[in-house]
Design a protein around this ligand. Structure first.
Ligand SMILES: Cc1ncc(COP(=O)(O)O)c(C=O)c1O
Length: 414
């Protein structure tokens, strides 16, 4: 429908669609539906009492600053704490390298604003995080995709894609959303070396790195880059911009994320962020600092890991128990998601409709691809937001939907 407003919408709005996941979440709100669709943390793990105390302390002791406008770069103590926490993972960044954003989602938007001209090609994983595609689409991005396997991005297929001259690579090394897979250490080195050789920078998006349930922590790309290239000459950050967030470790409602980048990038991002929101909520930043300080964040991540590991295991064993042998899935070592591969000929959108009738929901795989007809034989399942017994029941219901689709004649004929 055309109204006096719609025909005035800017050209760039033509590519914007509302997030399929948000639309799906609306459908899955019915209480009888077990939803594996959203990427929601377990709300019962939110440290509500600690937040209550922190809010009271912030208001009593720092109310005048916490309710005032703040600097665009963010609350200094919070940035210092982030820099110190990251140092334990080998990320060498000073406060001046850290910009607080309104969730990592804003970081992605600001990076789009900073780097993408209409028609610029970006290298993304196939599949990749839908929210990043949404953020970059608005700026007229085009894409070259490189597939992932159980060890993350297939670096042996990277060189050909790099020859097409992407402006940057957008990479999710840990417990990828949606694939659940982790980039192996060997591939991290190959990726960084190829990035250097072809002069193509990397945006490393790492919301889940701290949520590891098995195995050893692997060095972030920003660390591999620095070590490989021995950047110890004072220019401490090079080819990688690193993003992370408090959404999965404290609470997504805070809307607090951060960007780590070289100073010239931070300066420009600050200017762009001023136009977007002046700064991220001062109150949220003060409260997050009070909540997270004195080692609480580390303490709090432990029970999260324990609960999510149980839920992941519950989902893996229910899949094994109920799903037919034609279906396979990834084994995530951390994070919130696993990725299911459906047999040839099965369509995730049709399956989604049948699943909803069985009162269970997931995100159809085709949402996570930059182009073409890929992903139709996949679904993303979230395991963080339901207790183990509900996970088992949800997977049982989903298996009914899958088996009913398997019985369709065109499938059995394959
Ligand atoms: C890979 C990835 N990047 C960014 C985000 C956005 O997170 P935030 O809540 O910090 O905006 C998400 C959220 O699920 C995500 O999975």
């Amino acid at each position: 429908m055309s109204t006096p407003w719609t025909y005035r919408f800017a050209q760039r709005t033509k590519v914007v669609k509302s997030s399929i996941i948000r639309e799906l979440l609306k459908l899955t709100q019915r209480p009888e539906v077990i939803s594996f669709a959203g990427g929601l943390p377990a709300p019962e793990l939110f440290p509500i009492q600690r937040f209550q105390e922190a809010c009271q302390r912030v208001l009593a002791e720092k109310g005048c600053s916490a309710l005032q406008y703040g600097t665009t770069e963010g609350h200094t103590q919070l940035r210092e704490m982030i820099a110190q926490n990251m140092a334990r993972y080998g990320i060498v960044a000073g406060v001046e390298n850290v910009l607080i954003t309104s969730g990592s989602q804003q970081a992605l938007d600001l990076i789009g604003k900073l780097l993408v001209n209409p028609g610029d090609r970006l290298l993304v994983e196939a599949p990749t995080y839908l929210g990043a595609l949404q953020a970059f689409d608005v700026y007229g991005a085009e894409y070259v995709s490189v597939p992932i396997d159980d060890d993350g991005l297939q670096t042996e297929r990277l060189e050909e894609a790099l020859r097409s001259g992407p402006k940057f690579m957008y990479i999710l090394p840990n417990f990828q959303n949606p694939g659940g897979v982790t980039l192996s250490e060997g591939r991290r080195h190959e990726l960084v070396l190829l990035a250097e050789r072809y002069g193509i920078p990397i945006i490393e998006d790492d919301p889940y790195g701290q949520l590891r349930y098995e195995g050893e922590h692997l060095p972030p790309l920003i660390v591999v880059d620095r070590e490989n290239l021995r950047r110890d000459d004072g220019y401490r950050l090079g080819n990688v911009i690193y993003l992370s967030t408090f959404s999965k470790t404290l609470a997504p409602g805070l809307r607090l994320g951060w960007i780590v980048a070289p100073p010239e990038v931070i300066t420009k991002l600050v200017q762009l962020k001023q136009g977007a929101d002046l700064h991220t909520s001062t109150f949220a930043q003060f409260v997050a600092y009070e909540v997270a300080r004195d080692g609480f964040l580390d303490e709090h991540v432990r029970p999260i890991r324990q609960v999510y590991r149980q839920r992941r295991d519950a989902m893996l064993s229910a899949l094994k128990e109920f799903f037919p042998p034609e279906v396979t899935w990834t084994h995530p070592a951390g994070g919130l998601f696993l990725w299911v591969n459906l047999p040839e000929g099965m369509e995730c959108q049709a399956l989604f409709e049948v699943a909803l009738r069985e009162n269970v929901a997931f995100v159809p795989g085709d949402c996570f691809y930059a182009g073409g007809n890929e992903g139709r034989r996949h679904m993303r399942l979230n395991f963080s937001n339901a207790p183990p017994e509900q996970i088992r029941e949800g997977i049982r219901r989903l298996s009914v939907a899958v088996r009913s689709q398997l019985k369709r004649p065109e499938l059995t004929a394959v």
